[in-house]
Design a protein around this ligand. Structure first.
Ligand code: ZN
Length: 325
C-alpha cells in the first residue's frame, strides 16, 4: 500500500481513486452524493460507495452506478456529513499500518445524518474546508434553536424562504422545521431527494410544490440554492412578504444577500479537526483540498505532524512502511 500523487490509494491489486477522476484508478471511492464528489463515477468503471449514496446519486442523476465489492482490508465509516457519507478506512497487514481518508466530515450530530465514526489510524488524510483558527462554529443545538425561533416569529409575518443544497442541508432544515411543529413547503427537487431519506429510515414531513407561486402563505419554504431571487420576485408579484435565509458554514466568512444567515455547517472547523486527530491518534496527517496548506500549518502550530497533500515534492517517494516506528 502506498499513497499515490493523484489522490489514489494503492491497496493490493486495487488503485482506489479518492473522490477524484484519477485515470490510473481501477476503482473509484465516492465518499458522498454531493455533486463536487461524484465526478469520479465513470461509465464502465466500478464505484465504491455506500448503498444510500448510490440511491441518492441515481435518483438525482438518473443513471446507474456499477458497485464494486469492497477490497480486503477496506471498510467504510460514517463521516457525519450527510446521509450515506462515508470515510474510507484501510488496514494493511502487509505494511502493518492503517489509513483513513475522511472525505467531507462533521463532528456534531445533525438532524438528517448518522453520527461520525472515528477509529485509530496511523495515517489520516483530512479534509481542509475550514482551516482557520478564527472560524469557530457555535454549538449546533444553539444554531438550531435560533433557526426555530426565527421561523416561528417571522413565519407569522410572512414566508421564510431558505435556499439550500437539495441533499443534506435541505433535509436537515426540514427536520429542524418539523421539530418546531412546521411542515415546510419544498420544491420538486428537494422533495425527490427527501423521499430517499424517508425510504432510509427518516420521517421528514413536507409539502411538495411544483413551483413557488401560490405558496407564500406558508410559514417556511425550502428551495434549491439559486432560487431565492425568483422567490423574491414571485412574492412581490403576489404582494406577499418573504424573508430569505441561508444556513451554511460560509455564513461565518461572508455576507449573503439574504435577510438572515445562519452558520449551520456540515463540515468541521479547526477545533473539531483537532478533536478528530486526538481521537484517531495518527502518526502523520495529510491535509487535502484548496486550503490544505493553511490546515497543515495550523495543525503543525498545535504540535501535530501535518503535511499538505498537494505538495508533491514533500510526498514524492513517501512510503507508509516508514511509519512502523
Ligand atoms: Zn459534501
Amino acid at each position: 500500500m502506498r499513497i499515490g500523487d493523484q489522490m489514489a490509494l494503492q491497496v493490493y491489486e486495487y488503485s482506489i481513486g479518492l473522490d477524484t477522476k484519477d485515470p490510473s484508478a481501477n476503482l473509484n471511492f465516492v465518499s458522498h452524493a454531493h455533486s463536487d464528489h461524484t465526478s469520479a463515477i465513470r461509465k464502465n468503471s466500478v464505484t465504491l460507495c455506500s448503498q444510500i449514496t448510490k440511491e441518492l446519486v441515481e435518483v438525482r442523476s438518473r443513471y446507474s452506478i456499477n458497485m464494486a465489492p469492497k477490497p480486503r482490508g477496506v471498510s467504510l465509516l460514517s463521516s457525519g456529513h450527510m446521509l450515506g457519507s462515508k470515510q474510507l478506512y484501510v488496514e494493511s497487514q502487509v505494511h502493518g499500518c492503517s489509513i483513513v481518508y475522511t472525505g467531507d466530515y462533521q463532528m456534531q450530530k445533525s438532524f438528517a445524518c448518522e453520527p461520525i465514526e472515528i477509529k485509530k489510524a496511523d495515517v489520516l488524510m483530512m479534509d481542509s474546508t475550514y482551516p482557520y483558527a478564527n472560524i469557530v462554529f457555535d454549538d449546533r443545538q444553539e444554531v438550531v434553536t435560533s433557526i426555530q425561533r426565527y421561523i416561528k416569529y417571522k413565519g407569522m409575518q410572512g414566508c421564510v424562504v431558505f435556499g439550500a443544497y437539495s441533499m443534506g442541508k435541505a433535509q436537515e432544515l426540514i427536520g429542524i422545521c418539523n421539530d418546531a411543529g412546521i411542515d415546510p413547503v419544498v420544491d420538486a427537487k428537494v422533495a425527490r431527494m427527501t423521499e430517499v431519506y424517508n425510504r432510509n429510515g427518516f420521517s421528514l414531513k413536507f409539502q411538495e410544490a411544483e413551483n413557488m407561486e401560490g405558496h407564500f402563505d406558508s410559514s417556511v419554504m425550502i428551495v434549491t440554492m439559486g432560487k431565492l431571487d425568483e422567490a423574491r420576485m414571485l412574492a412581490a408579484h403576489e404582494n406577499k412578504r418573504v424573508f430569505t435565509a441561508v444556513a451554511t458554514g460560509f455564513a461565518k466568512m461572508q455576507k449573503f444577500s439574504t435577510d438572515v444567515q445562519f452558520a449551520l455547517s456540515d463540515h468541521a472547523d479547526l477545533r473539531q479537526a483537532m478533536e478528530y486527530v486526538e481521537q484517531a491518534g495518527p502518526k502523520i496527517i495529510y491535509t487535502y483540498g484548496s486550503n490544505s496548506g493553511t490546515m497543515a500549518m495550523n495543525l503543525r502550530a498545535h504540535g501535530y505532524k501535518a503535511i499538505p497533500f498537494n505538495v508533491k515534492s514533500e510526498m514524492a517517494g513517501y512510503q507508509l512502511s516508514t511509519l512502523k516506528d
